[in-house]
Write a protein that binds this ligand. Structure first.
Ligand SMILES: Nc1ncnc2c1ncn2[C@@H]1O[C@H](COP(=O)(O)OP(=O)(O)OP(=O)(O)O)[C@@H](O)[C@H]1O
Ligand SMILES: [Mg+2]
Length: 308
């Protein structure tokens, strides 16, 4: 089985709770909080692990939430490598409003990383034995980390022979696409719109933008996720649309990470691109069915995937 390493530069301890109704000023009584390790790459690793894959999550972490994050990953039995840092790992806060079914997601900035800490992250990946076949880098760049750190990630992936899978947004996404060398990119519609500077309302515009990334040689495979509209796959083999599986929607937290995790796992198992993206759609739907920060369960994913 091939191994998938994930790198999360800005992980978080995800705290989620429920309230009856959000209102200003008055005290809002919350239910007992649930704590789960979070951040793009960590979620991707959890998804891969839930689906029986072989993975390791690499992440810089420090302070009380950093220690809590590591403990939580250990409790999940998820292979992990923590790079100790001087700064304090952040928490992210999700509130589900019972009366409306609405969800509020508060995302705090994380600590910055010193040059030595950044280097230690790369060294942790370089030291993996055997080297991973896939390196997934997902989530935001910590404030103060220059985008050229991404170039070092690309160089490292090339050196160890790992295919690079990216889920970035904003400036990091723009930089990564200019730099190239990406095996698979999973932008959401808003991220791709931000990248192209256009709203991408019509299917034709979405297709042109996704195809453009492949044609310019920056990315081999684009999986553009479209929320309730499913996903659009662009590769040298052409374009294909995937409808979203219809499930009762509880929480969208981790839907995109589920697409990334399941798709990469399927590719690492030698599945066709078509089946891999469909598996990604099934994983996203299985995650949507669960409340809070819960990530897909294998039995739900397999059932949806088989249903077709
Ligand atoms: N409302 C929905 N109904 C059905 N499926 C959905 C819905 N929202 C998300 N999905 C599924 O989850 C996948 C990922 O969702 P989305 O496109 O919102 O990406 P994301 O990475 O979670 O978004 P963002 O990074 O902007 O938060 C979709 O491709 C789809 O399969
Ligand atoms: Mg996303």
């Amino acid at each position: 089985m091939s191994r998938i390493a994930t790198l999360t530069l800005n992980p978080a301890m995800d705290v989620s709770t429920d309230i009856a109704r959000l209102a200003p000023t008055s005290k809002l009584r919350c239910t007992l909080p649930r704590y789960e390790p979070g951040g793009g790459g960590i979620n991707v690793a959890r998804v891969i692990r839930n689906l029986g894959g072989d993975t390791v999550a690499i992440y810089p972490a420090g302070g009380p939430f950093g220690a809590m994050l590591q403990r939580a990953l250990e409790e999940l039995g998820l292979p992990e490598l923590r790079v100790p840092i001087a700064g304090d790992t952040r928490e992210s806060f999700t509130v589900d409003e019972g009366e409306t079914g609405l969800q509020y997601r508060f995302v705090l900035p994380g600590p910055t990383l010193t040059p030595d800490e950044r280097q230690a992250c790369l060294e942790a990946i370089a030291a993996l034995v055997p080297p991973p076949d896939y390196l997934v880098v997902s989530g935001s760049f910590p404030t103060g980390v220059a985008l050229d750190f991404h170039d070092e990630i690309v160089a490292l992936a090339q050196r160890i022979g790992a295919r690079l899978i990216l889920d970035y947004s904003g400036d990091a996404l723009r930089h990564a696409v200019e730099r190239g060398g990406i095996h698979l990119l999973k932008p959401s519609l808003s991220e791709l719109s931000g990248l192209t500077g256009r709203v991408l309302e019509s299917q034709v515009e979405q297709e042109a933008a996704a195809r453009g990334l492949v044609e310019q040689g920056a990315v081999e495979i684009v999986v553009l996720s479209l929320g309730a509209e499913g996903a659009l796959l662009a590769s040298r083999e052409g374009l294909e649309r995937f409808p979203a599986f219809e499930v009762p929607l509880r929480s969208a937290v981790g839907a995109g990470d589920s697409v990334v995790g399941a798709t990469v796992l399927a590719l690492s198992r030698g599945w066709s691109l078509h089946d891999a993206v469909r598996y990604g759609m099934a994983a996203a739907a299985a995650t949507l069915m669960l409340p809070g920060t819960g990530l897909c369960r294998a039995e739900d994913v397999e059932r949806l995937f088989r249903k077709g």
